[in-house]
Design a protein around this ligand. Structure first.
Ligand code: HEC
Ligand code: HEC
Ligand code: HEC
Length: 468
């Protein structure tokens, strides 16, 4: 045989192997599903969750949506192997089912983002033929199984996330009005608020948290990248502090586990507040007897310390929650709160899957997602720097390359420019880019305008007054 026909044979065998795998997975071949079944311990799960678990299992979702899944024997056939690896790589970029399976087994809340993504693929019947192989599993789910899973999604939302004030039409939506308030110690909030505006937290008394996160400008500085002490330029755009309390972690790459840990960063950052050492800050604050008295009363053990300073600031930040946007009022039944165009914008927002990442009360902050899922965002933009690695910088896991904590869309009309690199100067451009790079659609100008109009209704109230 000629070399070329040998290659053709090998590719043919590979594709057959691949199809065989897909076929076997589609048939729900029991022997392929040992991985989870053998470990499954569903005693804690309610009946519907148990059913959902078995549907995932029997349809092989875990092959492509878990890391290091065990592959059937023909997965070693060349080409088949490559095709499968490519599928798995793509699958894992968008959805990892491991945590979900664990949560079901342990009767813990399943992430709102996972529920939204699942709902989206279950509802989506506009399957393009070229993606048939990638989407083969869908042909396998019977209508009954699909309905069971959709009911399960509703059940989970009812249990953990649905706001009882929302009208029935939007009750089970992935996006919910802001209704959570966080329990705080009022005296610590007051101290934290003072510290938030206190320039003594910087090396030369020129920069406060509020310099870059002014509460009168949407919690941001409107610069492409922030300017810190002595005019130093940072590498990345400043996100808003409003509703940051809802974030799973803090910073674009999530390197701070919570608000208190985050608040420890800027004072020591040489490009932000450049204080040099905590002792330097403590020495300055120590001379302020009124302030010292507050610390001593609230933190008798620590006095003025890194711990007490960051703890008070974090306590204050828990109050930076912005409920009662026009959109929230609309969800709760005020039909006149949104214009026709804005309502159409919300429908388009959902139809274009925006809510699969911008989920929950804060419409973001709950997951790390790849920037450029459907297009080479960084290649097209050029000048790639370290901060563009995103979550990878924290985990060093290749699967986290270019992943960013999804920004909140609350008050987004007030927080231009957009994205971690400030590449989108207007909301219209951000919407256009998102559709292109995250969803894979080119929106018409009229759809962009409607979605933008909708996003402008997400501006909420702070201390009872609309943010400006
Ligand atoms: C053969 C591999 C494979 C199997 C098996 C598979 N998927 Fe996927 N899945 C993919 C790929 C590839 C993508 C990314 C799709 C894309 O790029 O459009 C994906 C994407 C997804 C997404 C994310 C969609 C989004 O919009 O974010 C969900 C949710 C999902 N799959 C659920 C499932 C479920 C549930 C099952 C089992 C019933 C399953 N998948 C089985 C390959 C697979
Ligand atoms: C010089 C400008 C500057 C100063 C001063 C500053 N920040 Fe920031 N802040 C930023 C930038 C830029 C980021 C994003 C950095 C990153 O993600 O790598 C950020 C991120 C944050 C975040 C994370 C938000 C999110 O969605 O992840 C919070 C919260 C925050 N800052 C609060 C504070 C507090 C509290 C202070 C004072 C102790 C402070 N900042 C001082 C510029 C600044
Ligand atoms: C697959 C997840 C995903 C989907 C789907 C998605 N987004 Fe995003 N969105 C992100 C991520 C991640 C960022 C941050 C990207 C960055 O900074 O590089 C972002 C940023 C944004 C921003 C900028 C916010 C800011 O403060 O910088 C807007 C506006 C936005 N998205 C709107 C949308 C709209 C509208 C849709 C639907 C057309 C959508 N997104 C779909 C993940 C997603």
């Amino acid at each position: 045989m000629k070399k070329s026909s040998l290659i053709a044979c090998a590719i043919g065998a590979g594709i057959v192997g691949y199809l065989a795998t897909v076929y076997a997975v589609d048939q729900g071949d029991k022997t392929l599903h040992q991985q989870y079944l053998s470990q499954a311990n569903l005693v804690k799960a309610d009946p519907l969750s148990q059913q959902a678990f078995h549907i995932f299992n029997q349809n092989g979702c875990q092959y492509c949506h878990t890391k290091n899944s065990e592959m059937p024997f023909y997965a070693d056939v060349p080409v088949a192997k490559q095709l499968m690896q490519r599928d798995i790589e793509h699958a894992l970029r968008q959805f990892n089912i491991t945590a979900l399976m664990d949560q079901v087994q342990n009767n813990k809340p399943v992430s709102q983002v996972e529920l939204a993504k699942l709902e989206s693929v279950l509802n989506d019947h506009a399957m393009p033929p070229k993606q048939f192989l990638l989407m083969h599993w869908r042909s396998d789910l019977s209508q009954q199984e699909t309905d069971t899973l959709l009911n399960w999604v509703k059940q989970e939302r009812t249990k953990y996330y649905a706001d009882p004030q929302v009208v029935s039409e939007f009750k089970y939506d992935a996006v919910q009005p802001i209704s959570t308030t966080f329990k705080v110690d009022d005296a610590k909030v007051k101290l934290g608020e003072e510290l938030y505006h206190d320039k003594r937290l910087s090396g030369n008394n020129t920069v406060a948290c509020s310099t870059c996160h002014s509460l009168t400008t949407g919690g941001v500085d409107h610069l492409d990248t922030s300017t810190g002490i002595n005019g130093a330029k940072g590498p990345i755009n400043a996100p808003t502090v409003f509703n940051a309390v809802f974030n799973i972690h803090q910073f674009w790459d999530g390197r701070a586990k919570d608000l208190q840990e985050q608040a420890g960063g800027p004072p020591m950052n040489p490009k932000e507040m450049g204080a040099g050492s905590w002792q330097h800050i403590i020495d300055k604050l120590d001379k302020d007897s009124a302030l010292k008295a507050q610390f001593d009363a609230l933190y008798p053990k620590q006095g003025i310390s890194e711990y007490s300073i960051t703890n008070a600031i974090a306590e204050f930040e828990k109050t930076l929650v912005t409920p009662n946007s026009r959109f929230d009022k609309f969800l709760k039944g005020d039909k006149t709160a949104l214009t026709q165009e804005e309502q159409e914008g919300y429908a388009l927002f959902k139809a274009n899957k925006c809510q699969t990442c911008h989920t929950g009360q804060s419409m973001g902050g709950l997951s790390y997602e790849v920037m450029g899922l459907k297009g080479d965002y960084f290649g097209n933009r050029g000048n790639v720097t370290d901060v563009d690695n995103g979550r990878f910088n924290v985990t060093k896991d290749q699967n986290d390359m270019h992943r960013f904590k999804v920004p909140t869309l609350r008050n987004v009309a007030l927080t231009a420019p957009y994205f971690h690199d400030a590449s989108a100067k207007t909301l219209e451009q951000a919407v256009d880019d998102m559709a292109l790079y995250q969803v894979g659609v080119k929106l018409s100008q009229s759809d962009i305008n409607k979605i933008t109009a909708y996003l402008k209704t997400l501006t909420g109230e702070y201390q009872g007054k609309p943010l400006k």
